[in-house]
Design a protein around this ligand. Structure first.
Ligand code: G16
Length: 551
C-alpha cells in the first residue's frame, strides 16, 4: 500500500469528513447511533474499517446506514460480518477507537489494526456492500461510507435503499459464492417467496386461517419493499398495506411501527381499527415484527417476539418429530421475555431455553449452539438458524430408503421452511412469511395463536439520566451491579408484588435507561414499573421531571 493509502485516508478525512467534535461515541447494541448531523466522519471511518475487516477475513463486508426504530432525525451505521451476522464483538472496540481519534491520528490507528491482525494483503480490493434506509440523511452518509472504502483501496457497492436484513442477506450470499442465494433483491424475493408458495400449495385459506394480513410499514423501507413483495406473492398472501409514506414525510416510526406498538402497547395510527383483524407492524428498517389485533371491546392483544418464538419453535418441533431425525432444537431469549413465555417453552414445549444480554449479536451467537436455534427478542427481532449438520442430515435423509413416505414429506417441508427463513439476521419480511406459513398449516386465526399461553402484564419505561454509563449489569442484564444499592431497592419493590419481576439496563441505541416490569395484575405492573423508574431517577442521576408514581 501503503503510504499512498494512508495519505489519501488523511486527506479525505481532513477535507471532507473532519471530526469537529470532542464528543466520544461508542459502538453500541447495533453499531453507532446518534443525531444524523454528527455522523458523517464516523461513517467515513467505518468505510475504512470495513475494508480492513474484509482484508482480514478475505471476504465482502457490509455497511448499513440506519437508525432503525429511532426517530427520523437520528441515524446510525453498523458493519455486517461475512456470514451476514453482526460485527464480531472484539472488533467493536476497534470501531469505537477509530471513530474517536483526532483526524491526524487516523493513519496511526489504521497502521495499528494492520499490525495487530497481520493484514498483509493491503492491495486487495474486496467489495464492501452498502445499504441505507429511507431517512433523508442516509444518502449522504452512504456516500461518506463509500468515500472511506475508496480511500483505503476497497470497492464499494451501493445497493441503495434496502432493509437491514436484505443487506445482511446479500453479504451472506456473496461470501457463500451464491450458494445461499443471489446477492440482490430479485434473488432474495425469489428464494423466500418460492418456498413460501410451495409450502402454501393451492389452498390459500385453511380452517380459521384467512390469507389477508393488515401490514403497518412504519412509513419506512418496510413499506417500500412490501410493494414488490406483494407482486411476487400474488394471491398466495394478500397484504393490505398502511403507513407507506416514505422519504421526507417526517413520519418514520412516528406513532406506528413495531417499536411503537410493542413499547407503548398501543394500536398504530394510520391503520384501520377493525375488530379481530390480524395485523402486523415492522420497524424503520424492517428487522423487527410484531402481530396484534383489537377485540370487540377495543382492547389490544399483542403477539410480540416471544409469541413469534414460541409459535415457530413449537411448529419446528412438531415437524422434526414427524421426520424421525434426531436434531436438537433450542430457543434463545433475553431478560425482556415475558415470564409466561419462558414457562410455556420449558414446561409445555419442553424445549431448552437460554437467556442472553440484549442485542441480536448475543442471541444469534448462542443460537448457533443448537442444530436448530430459534432466537427472538421480545421486541420482535429474531430468526432461526440451522446448523450445517442439520441441513446435511435433512438432505441425506430425504434421499434415504430408511425413511417412510410420510417422514420424507416432513423432511421436504422442513427443507422448504429453511428457505423461507433469512438465517443471516432477524428479518421482519421473512418472519412474516414464516408466521403466515405456520398459521396456515395449523389452520389458526390470531385468536387461536393467542390461546397457547397467557402473558403476564408488563411495562417498558424509559428514564433520562445524566450519564447512563454509570449503570452496569450482570446475569444477562437481569441484575444491576451499579449504581450501588439500586438493585437491593429493586428487589425490595418487586418482592411486594405476586409474580413481580423488574430489571434496569442502559440502552445501547438511545440516551436513556430502560426499565422493565412484570407482575400478576395490570394494576400491580403499573405501580411496580413507576416505583422502579422513580428509584432509577433518584439513585441514578435522573434529569428533568421525576416519573410519577401510579395510583
Ligand atoms: C437494536 C438491536 C436490538 C435491540 C434494540 C434495542 O434494534 O438490534 O437487538 O433489542 O436495538 O436496544 P437497546 O435496548 O440497547 O436500545 P433495532 O431494531 O433498533 O436495530
Amino acid at each position: 500500500m501503503v503510504n499512498n493509502q494512508l495519505r489519501t485516508i488523511y486527506a479525505f478525512a481532513r477535507e471532507m469528513y473532519p471530526r469537529n467534535t470532542k464528543t466520544q461515541i461508542q459502538y453500541g447494541t447495533a453499531g453507532f447511533r446518534t443525531k444524523a448531523t454528527m455522523l458523517d466522519y464516523v461513517v467515513y471511518r467505518m468505510g475504512l474499517l470495513a475494508v480492513l475487516r474484509g482484508r482480514y477475513k478475505k471476504a465482502c463486508i457490509g455497511v448499513m446506514i440506519t437508525a432503525s426504530h429511532n426517530p427520523e432525525p437520528d441515524n446510525g451505521v453498523k458493519l455486517v460480518d461475512p456470514m451476514g451476522e453482526m460485527l464480531e464483538q472484539s472488533w467493536e472496540e476497534w470501531a469505537t477507537k477509530i471513530a474517536n481519534v483526532p483526524d491526524d491520528q487516523l493513519e496511526s490507528v489504521v497502521s495499528e489494526i494492520v499490525k495487530e491482525f497481520k493484514i498483509d494483503n493491503m492491495n486487495e480490493r474486496f467489495e464492501v456492500y452498502i445499504g441505507k434506509d429511507t431517512r433523508p440523511s442516509s444518502p449522504s452518509l452512504a456516500e461518506a461510507a463509500a468515500h472511506g472504502v475508496r480511500a483505503i483501496g476497497g470497492k464499494p457497492m451501493d445497493f441503495g435503499i434496502v432493509t437491514t436484513p436484505q443487506l445482511h442477506y446479500f453479504v451472506r450470499c456473496r461470501n457463500s459464492r451464491n450458494e445461499y442465494g443471489q446477492p440482490n433483491e430479485v434473488g432474495y424475493y425469489t428464494k423466500l417467496c418460492t418456498a413460501f408458495k410451495k409450502l402454501r400449495g393451492d389452498g390459500y385459506s385453511n380452517g380459521k386461517y384467512e390469507n389477508t394480513i393488515v401490514y403497518d410499514g412504519a412509513n419506512g423501507v418496510g413499506a417500500k419493499k412490501v410493494k414488490f413483495l406483494k407482486e411476487v406473492l400474488g394471491d398466495a398472501l394478500k397484504i393490505e398495506m398502511y403507513n407507506d409514506e416514505i422519504i421526507g414525510s417526517g413520519k418514520l416510526n412516528h406513532l406506528c411501527g413495531a417499536d411503537f406498538v410493542k413499547s407503548q402497547q398501543k394500536f398504530p395510527t394510520g391503520v384501520p381499527n377493525k375488530p379481530n383483524v390480524r395485523c402486523c407492524s415492522v420497524d424503520g428498517d424492517a428487522d423487527r415484527l410484531v402481530y396484534y389485533y383489537k377485540d370487540d371491546k377495543d382492547v389490544l392483544h399483542l403477539m410480540d417476539g416471544d409469541r413469534l418464538a414460541t409459535l415457530i419453535a413449537s411448529y419446528i418441533k412438531e415437524i422434526l418429530q414427524e421426520t424421525g431425525i434426531d436434531l436438537n432444537l433450542g430457543l434463545v431469549q433475553t431478560a425482556y421475555a415475558n415470564g409466561a413465555s419462558t414457562e410455556y417453552i420449558t414446561k409445555q414445549l419442553k424445549v431448552p431455553v437460554s437467556c442472553v444480554p440484549t442485542g441480536v449479536k448475543h442471541l444469534h451467537h448462542k443460537a448457533l449452539d443448537y442444530d436448530i436455534g430459534v432466537y427472538f427478542e421480545a421486541n420482535g427481532h429474531g430468526t432461526v438458524v440451522f446448523s450445517k449438520n442439520a441441513k446435511q442430515s435433512l438432505k441425506n435423509e430425504a434421499q434415504s430408503n430408511r425413511k417412510s413416505a410420510e417422514e420424507k414429506r416432513a423432511i421436504a417441508k422442513l427443507l422448504d421452511l429453511i428457505d423461507v427463513v433469512n438465517e443471516a439476521v432477524g428479518d421482519a419480511i421473512s418472519d412474516m412469511l414464516l408466521v403466515e406459513t405456520i398459521l396456515h398449516a395449523k389452520g389458526w386465526d390470531i385468536q387461536e395463536w393467542e390461546k397457547t399461553y397467557e402473558d403476564l402484564p408488563n411495562k417498558l419505561l424509559k428514564v433520562v439520566v445524566e450519564d447512563r454509563n454509570i449503570f452496569a449489569t450482570t446475569d444477562a442484564e437481569r441484575r444491576l451491579v451499579a449504581p450501588e444499592g439500586l438493585q437491593e431497592q429493586i428487589d425490595a419493590l418487586t418482592s411486594k408484588y405476586p409474580k413481580g419481576r423488574s430489571f434496569v439496563r442502559p440502552s445501547g441505541t438511545e440516551d436513556v435507561v430502560r426499565v422493565y416490569a412484570e407482575a400478576a395484575s395490570a394494576a400491580d405492573v403499573e405501580r411496580l414499573g413507576a416505583e422502579v423508574a422513580l428509584k432509577v431517577f433518584q439513585l441514578g442521576g435522573g434529569v428533568g421531571t421525576p416519573p410519577e408514581l401510579a395510583q
